[in-house]
Ligand binder design. Structure first.
Ligand code: HEC
Length: 128
């Protein structure tokens, strides 16, 4: 057998490899595009609240909020959602019911307390 001609099967493997690589790049670009267009606007805002002027009780509840509500998304999402005191109770319930939320009635209530206080007292709701 001569070494000068590349066997047909080998060419086929190259061809398939190149097509797969090309498709992978396309898929990567597509996922990147989706990640840019399907985003919660709130996620790109600030990820903390300055609670230094809040009562000690609320600062304690803030820490529960920080621990519990950052499990599935960043804190930016609730912090910049612009939800009102009236909207928070049912929304925290909605989050509590999500699979694996790790939220109990007790923590959910404490967090709701904090979010209501925060909605009524935060100086600038969005720091954009
Ligand atoms: C089990 C995962 C999980 C936990 C824990 C969780 N969230 Fe969420 N959150 C989600 C998902 C998923 C979404 C996307 C919208 C949806 O599916 O309802 C979301 C969306 C949100 C939004 C976006 C609403 C909007 O339309 O702008 C807010 C606000 C929010 N969560 C607040 C909270 C708060 C407050 C807590 C803590 C009490 C919390 N989340 C805990 C999963 C979670």
């Amino acid at each position: 057998m001569s070494n000068e001609t590349v066997p047909k099967s080998s060419l086929f493997v190259w061809w398939v490899t190149i097509v797969i690589l090309f498709l992978s790049v396309l898929l990567g670009l597509f996922v990147f595009y989706l990640s840019k267009t399907h985003q919660f606007k709130a996620d790109s805002g600030p990820t903390f609240i300055d609670v230094s002027s809040y009562p000690a009780e609320m600062q304690k509840k803030y820490h529960i909020f920080v621990n519990k509500c950052s499990r599935c998304h960043t804190l930016a999402r609730p912090i910049n959602s612009g939800f009102t005191a009236e909207q928070w109770p049912s929304y925290v319930q909605k989050m509590k019911l999500k699979t694996g939320s790790g939220l109990t009635d007790k923590t959910a209530n404490q967090i709701t307390d904090f979010l209501i206080f925060d909605a009524n007292n935060r100086k600038s709701i969005s720091n954009n």
